[in-house]
Structures are given as structure tokens and as C-alpha cells.
Design a binder for this molecule. Sequence first.
Ligand SMILES: Nc1nc2c(ncn2[C@@H]2O[C@H](COP(=O)(O)OP(=O)(O)OP(=O)(O)O)[C@@H](O)[C@H]2O)c(=O)[nH]1
Ligand SMILES: [Mg+2]
Length: 460
Amino acid sequence: MSFSLSQQNDTIIALATAQGVGAIAVIRLSGKEAISLTNQVFFGKNLKKQESHTIHFGTIRDGDKIIDEVLVSLFIAPKSFTKENVVEISTHGSSYIINQVLKLFIRKGARPAKPGEFTQRAFLNGQFDLAQAEAVADLIHADSETSHQAALSQMRGGFSSEIQELRARLIHFASMIELELDFGEEDVEFASREELRTLVERLLRVVEELILSFDLGNVIKNGVPTVIAGKPNAGKSTLLNALLNEEKAIVSEIAGTTRDFIEDEINIGGVIFRFIDTAGLRETTDTIEAIGVSRTQEKMKTASLILYLFDLGDTDLVEINRDVNKLENQGVPFLKVANKIDKANSLLVNELKEKHPDTIFISAGQKDNLEELKARILVLVNLDKFRTGNTVVTNVRHYDSLVKTRESLLDILSGLDNEVTNDFVAMDIRRSLHFLGEITGEITTDDLLENIFRNFCIGK
Ligand SMILES: Nc1nc2c(ncn2[C@@H]2O[C@H](COP(=O)(O)OP(=O)(O)OP(=O)(O)O)[C@@H](O)[C@H]2O)c(=O)[nH]1
Ligand SMILES: [Mg+2]
């Protein structure tokens, strides 16, 4: 699949709403002939004589046969999503009607759109930059408040504008240094090395912050990985089920019930958490259980958050101290969650309140105090930084380009430190410009575009 310019001249068509039966379906056309093609099969007003951003009632007919009564919305170039002529036909939402309409248009000369082709045309026609186009895809797939906000802010400009501005200033330096190169032997300096260093250091700070935000961005997109860990029978699976409100994991009074990990997503306060129920941690001679235990330990290392769960009726302070110590050394944020408060001995509860006042007491079995637990989880992951509209990188492609940008910026700095010749500095600047340009789409290749838009759905 390649995107040559000639293809932009044809008129594409696709179902814009979801597949399946619905009250209404919207079929979208984009391209030079979008309006004239529609006019051939639409019976009502002459669409060619209507203004942009108007809606018209009529019928779609295949010869004498009426396919449906429809509403047609007109967007005349360049005042449309793709900046081409766009027609949106709202039909009744039956798959029979949709297929008849699509077939009719294809017979008349429209071409079925490829995945993401509408958005790609919008990009190619300068509607937005590449990072914004990718955000359209993220927005469609966003399923929580936070991922929605990340995509929305990116689509509306996000970090692209900041990068574009800094890149423009770097271009200025590049051209100054190229100019110095032109003067060859003469010892002139158009670009102040100190100013260049200041700009590069500033760029580096921005780039590094964006790189750091990727972890957070990833978490927002895929859910905060949260491991429930503890001894066998602590009630980990019971807690997972209670949080999910379904009997997902098997619960039993036999220690060692869960052997593989079980995970599911839970939305807490607009943030998706990926809860992972694990095999209880203990020394075991059972081979399968032992594999489960080592998997638990792996999962704990990569978690963003650990719920350390223990049974108040089956644990003493010595053991809790030892576990807490281990967890502190691991460096992953964790919460101390004391379970089975419904049958706890008050001695241990009092000891805990004194020695570990941040313990949360719950009963997973009776679903007691789970709201408090959720509130504490939210506080611990602290996504406020994100909510205030800070820029978050969620896209692997941007992340890759940012990492490469960082390397080449560091090369510029070490070049300046070592007083390398102008041509080397110029080369490193050009490399930085290239990687920065990759993010916003000022530098693209066919392969890159193809890759990005392939991940879109058809009709988007
Ligand atoms: N009384 C009481 N019993 C509970 C509570 N939570 C869990 N249990 C019981 O504790 C037993 C063990 O629960 P599980 O959820 O299977 O424990 P687990 O930590 O997943 O155990 P493994 O999978 O073996 O590691 C079951 O009999 C549960 O019904 C609670 O809050 N109160
Ligand atoms: Mg279990």
C-alpha cells in the first residue's frame, strides 16, 4: 500500500459509524467528486447548488429503486475535516441499506477508503500535524477520562507547538553555522556558541521531560499495573473479585489456590487500573505453584503499585515488618492492606495502628472499606500532574524520536565542550532537527505514514 498523490484525486467512501445494526448509520465520502457523485443518486434538491454546511432530506435511488430516505450533509472544500469536498449521508442503520448504498457509490466511481485514509488526507492537506493525526486514533480508542484528556490535548496541538517553536530556533542556528562554513578560512562567528549551548540545554530539558512523561502516558493509556501480593489465603482473589464486582478469580480456603496471575481493568476516579491477582507468596515444593510464585515476583518488579495484603487473623507484626522492609527495598510504591477486619484480633490491630498508622483495614469478603482503599490508591499514583494539562507523550513513535533527539542534542553539547569543528556541530544539529521533525511530521517517509495510518480503522 503506498500513498501516491494521484490517489488523492479519487473520491473515497466508507461507513463512518460502527459496524452492526443501529438507529442511524453515517456514510462518508471525501474527494473532488463527493458532491457530484452523491447528486447522481440523491433525489431531492440539486446538491451542486447548495451551500457548505447544510443538510438536505431526500432519497437515495438505484435506478427506479428507492434504497432509503436519508439526510445529506455537505462540507465544501476546504471547509471540511479532510479539506476536500465531504458528504456525510445519514441512512437508517441496517447493514442491508449500508451495503446497498456503498455498492451503488462504488459502481458510480467512488473507491472504498483504506484504514485511516480520511485522517491521512486531512494530514496531507495540512489540517494538522502528524502528532495530532495520531491523537485522533488515540481519541477514538480512549476508554477512560484520563486517556481521553491526553488524546484530546494532543489533538488540539499539545506538545507539537512547543517542539515546533524550539525546532525553528535550532534551524536558525543551523543556518548561521552553515553560513560560517561558507566563509571557510575566514574566522567569522555568526552563531554565538554560548547562545547555542543555552538553546540546546533548554531543548534537552523539554525533551527529557517528555521522555519521562512517556511512562505516565503509557500508564494512562494501558492502565496502571497494580499487583495484589501477599501470603496464600490472605484474600487476594477475594479482593480482586470485590473490586471487579464479579467472580473472576477462584476463591477457596485452600492455601495456594491462585497459581497463574489473573488480571482485569477497574476504573477508579477516571483512571484505569490493571489489577493483577497473583499466586500467594510462600516457599513451596509444588512445581506449578513455584512457577506461579516466581511470576508474582516478576510482576511485582514491573508494577506501578503494589497492594500488600495480609490476613489479620494469620499474620504477626514480625512478619509484617519483614515484608514491609522487603517492599521498601524494592522501590515500587505500595499500600499496606490488612484484610479480614471482620474476624481480626484486636491486639494486632492496635499494634498496627501504632507501628504502621498508614495501614488500611478492610474486609474483602464483606466488601468493607473498599472506597477508602480506592481513594488511597488514587492518592498514591498521583495523576494530578497530568490532570492539570501537562503534556504527556503516549505514543511509542514519538518516544523513539525523542530518545534519538536526546542523543543528538547531547552530541551537540559534547561537540561544543570539545571545540570540534563547525561541520561536526552542523551535522549534529541537522540530526536533532531531523528527529524533532519526525515527531510533528515535518520529516516523513512513505513507510512511516503507511505504518501510522494502517492502525486506524476504516472510515476514520
Ligand atoms: N472472614 C473473612 N474471610 C475472607 C475475607 N477475604 C477472604 N476471605 C476468605 O479467605 C479465604 C482465602 O481467600 P482467597 O481470596 O482465595 O485468598 P488468596 O489470597 O487469593 O489465596 P491464594 O490464591 O491461595 O494465594 C477464602 O476462604 C475467603 O472466603 C474477609 O474479608 N473476611
Ligand atoms: Mg487467590
